[in-house]
Unconditional design. Structure first.
Length: 377
């Protein structure tokens, strides 16, 4: 293939873990709010709308790449996937190949708030995407509560009918003083109003909660008020994330200056327990990110609540030495669950790491364990 004939399309920097194998279509660029103190993703970038015709051209390119990959018959996809680990023409080919490998049935509209598009334009893009890829059964995007609340119920319903089948919203917390502190640009009341409207429109709603966001000072109120707001909204999914501070985040700077004091892993688990105890809405609770200490805290609320709380109890029943071993193994990306403590190969690997990291008294410093999380951000 001549260099000038190589197809490509624009891909944004981020998508939810649940969209790892989705076709990525960049509907907008960067973040229109861009003030949240716990985020550094778009801080140096200006928000931009993309023209609908430009988005359509990207969809056309993705379709042509898909056709090219599959045109060689049954072995075409196999060869394309092999090239992902060798030398794909560009990242667009890599993403399309991985998407096809996963079944080619989902798509994600980037970047941080595709819902902010004018409703007629978003509807046009959704319909065009579905026409280009009839096999796609799920199309999702990020959205802000403020944006969703400004749309009418009729608009959200139209967007749903056009093809949007899941909306990811960063609730983060339901505690108003904390929402103000992190400069979220939303109140608990706005979160509730927006969430209820999305649910009423028929769009399945996924709300994100950041564990540890209140630090030591606000962790109890954060858990209780977040549960209250989620109970009011009754979203389809509640997704937990653990606060991880890295350079470039205003909240990282606050922690360095001592005005924000991080909660420990175990304080965050106590916070998560309090959150779960106070949740009574029917929802799928997910811990689908490696930065969460106990990834197996997952289930359907309210029926699986006791099972999820049992995971936390199981952790706290371990000795201090065992808890340290697990934390190091998890932060090193070796342990997937508490069951891995009983798997000799993984256990031996982690014990070597603990031995290497241990300082005076044979203990691993908290900061060392915390720093291990940063590579997953």
């Amino acid at each position: 293939m001549a260099k000038q004939d190589i197809l490509s399309f624009e891909i944004g920097p981020f998508r939810p873990p649940s969209e790892a194998f989705s076709l990525l279509i960049r509907a907008t660029r960067n973040c229109p709010w861009n003030r949240c103190t716990f985020c550094n993703l778009y801080k140096s970038s200006k928000f931009e709308y993309r023209p609908v015709e430009e988005i359509k051209r990207d969809i056309d390119s993705a379709r042509r790449i898909k056709d090219e990959i599959t045109s060689a018959g049954p072995n075409g996809l196999h060869h394309a996937l092999a090239s992902v680990y060798q030398q794909p023409p560009n990242e667009a080919y890599r993403y399309v190949a991985l998407w096809l490998y996963a079944g080619g049935s989902t798509a994600f509209l980037q970047d941080s708030n595709a819902l902010i598009m004018r409703t007629p334009e978003l509807v046009e893009v959704l319909k065009y995407l579905k026409a280009a890829f009839p096999a796609i059964s799920r199309i999702t995007s990020y959205g802000r509560s403020e944006t969703a609340d400004k749309k009418s119920l009729a608009e959200l319903s139209e967007i749903h009918q056009a093809g949007l089948t899941r909306l990811h919203i960063g609730l983060e917390t339901g505690y108003d003083p904390l929402l103000k502190y992190i400069d979220k640009g939303a109140t608990a009341a706005r979160h509730i109003s927006a969430g209820k409207k999305v649910v009423a429109s028929g769009i399945p709603l996924s709300e994100y909660v950041i564990l540890g966001l209140g630090g030591k000072e606000m962790r109890r109120q954060h858990a209780i008020e977040t549960a209250r707001v989620l109970n009011e909204i009754s979203p389809d999914f509640i997704r937990a994330r653990t606060l991880t501070l890295v350079e470039g985040m205003p909240l990282y700077r606050a922690a360095q200056e001592g005005t924000f004091v991080r909660a420990t892993d175990e304080e965050i688990l106590e916070e998560e327990r309090l959150l779960l105890e106070n949740l009574n809405c029917p929802a799928n609770f997910a811990s689908d990110h490696i930065i969460n200490l106990l990834g197996e805290i997952e289930g359907i609320l309210p029926g699986d609540k006791a099972k999820m709380l049992g995971v936390i109890d199981r952790y706290f029943a371990l000795s201090e030495e065992e808890r340290t071993n697990y934390r190091v193994g998890r932060r090193a990306g070796i342990y997937d669950s508490l069951d891995d403590l009983s798997r000799p190969a993984k256990r031996q690997t982690v014990e070597k790491i603990v031995s290497r990291l241990a300082g005076t008294g044979g203990k691993v410093a908290e900061e060392i364990i915390y720093d291990m999380m940063k590579r997953f951000i």
